[in-house]
Design a protein around this ligand. Structure first.
Ligand code: KDG
Length: 332
């Protein structure tokens, strides 16, 4: 199995139950999540050796984060602790026509305040196959924009593949700032989770009526010929509790598309994209053929919608059983 380092911020999530607004809640459920941490959990669930690098508050919440990660088999040798605060976010669950609402309270967290790399990079990337980071991390500060690129450069310098999920969060930065970062960072990336929305809105690729995702993968590949694979999901929203989800993978100039799933009902959609990226990396790292890899990643993303919390709760065997069953597919 592969050796992977995921790096980013992990937060405490406080969620109101479905049907309760945040401003009326008398109790909130506690989860822990972060884009890269959720990918780390997926990959550890599939049996890889995963280190999660981050900085958390040196208090009970930082201890809870560590316990959360370790309970899934994620190694925490590079989890720094410092007095201060853990980023927090609040969730008001969507239902019917009402979208899920996320409220961040993460400014001034010990991770967001970092302005230098406090890990020994030789140790961090020693014998590591893949370094994974997402667009949430550079969105936290100017310093994190630079640090993220430094991390990518250091990983590449020792022959480690770099995986990047664009994970655009509009409440953290503008499309212009994200686009400027992507142009600097993508030359270091090997595996890239980005789709047509990123191509159009972040990279400024001209929108073409009727064009399918292949058109946008081709355009992104021209800009960044170093990228070995692109992958993304296409979501068709019927209501906040019923969506269709389909995955696409672009590799060696060819596009592979998964089955199209109806997800009904959606229990918790947060982290679906991370489950997809985790599944995709697992497919790439275990040399699945491209069709099998995109089916696996998409099935993993769909399954995430059926469980509460930010991260995938399913083993490889369970994802395979689901992807081979007919239960959730839409026949067309
Ligand atoms: O992709 C899921 C993440 O968005 C969630 O776990 C929280 O990291 C998070 C963020 O910054 O939104």
């Amino acid at each position: 199995m592969a050796r992977i380092v995921c790096l980013g911020e992990i937060m405490m999530r406080l969620s109101a139950e479905v049907g309760t607004r945040l401003n009326q809640a008398s109790q909130l459920d506690v989860f822990y999540g972060g884009g890269e941490a959720n990918v780390a959990v997926s990959l550890a669930n599939y049996g890889h050796h995963v280190q999660y690098a981050s900085k958390v508050a040196d208090n009970a919440f930082g201890q809870a984060v560590e316990r959360h990660l370790r309970s899934y088999g994620v190694a925490t040798d590079f989890l720094l602790k410092e007095p201060g605060r853990l980023g927090t976010y609040y969730v008001e669950q969507g239902i019917g026509q009402k979208a899920t609402k996320v409220v961040y309270d993460r400014q001034g967290s010990v991770f967001a305040l970092m302005n230098e790399l406090e890990w020994n990079l030789t140790e961090l990337f020693a014998e590591v196959d893949v370094f994974h980071v997402s667009g949430i991390t550079p969105a936290l500060s100017e310093d994190w924009c630079q640090l993220t690129i430094q991390l990518m450069q250091a990983a590449k310098a020792v022959g480690c593949k770099v995986s990047f999920d664009s994970n655009y969060r509009q409440t953290l930065w503008t499309q212009q700032a994200a686009g400027a970062f992507l142009r600097k960072a993508l030359p270091y990336v090997d595996y890239c989770s980005a789709g047509h929305m990123d191509a159009i809105h972040l990279l400024g690729i001209q929108e073409e009526a009727e064009a399918d995702v292949t058109h946008y993968y081709q355009a992104m590949q021209k800009l960044f010929p170093n990228i070995e694979v692109f992958f993304s999901t296409k979501r068709t929203v019927h209501s906040t509790s019923v969506n269709e989800l389909q995955g696409n993978l672009w590799i060696k100039g060819q596009c592979y598309t998964s089955k199209n799933y109806a997800i009904d009902p959606i229990v918790d959609r947060i982290g679906g994209g991370d489950a997809f990226t985790g599944g995709m990396l697992h497919g790439l790292l275990t040399a699945m053929n491209p069709q099998e890899a995109i089916e696996f990643a998409t099935a993993a993303a769909v399954l995430k919608h059926f469980v509460k919390g930010d991260c995938n709760q399913y083993s490889e065997e369970e994802v395979r059983q689901f992807m081979n069953s007919d239960s959730a597919k839409i026949s067309r």
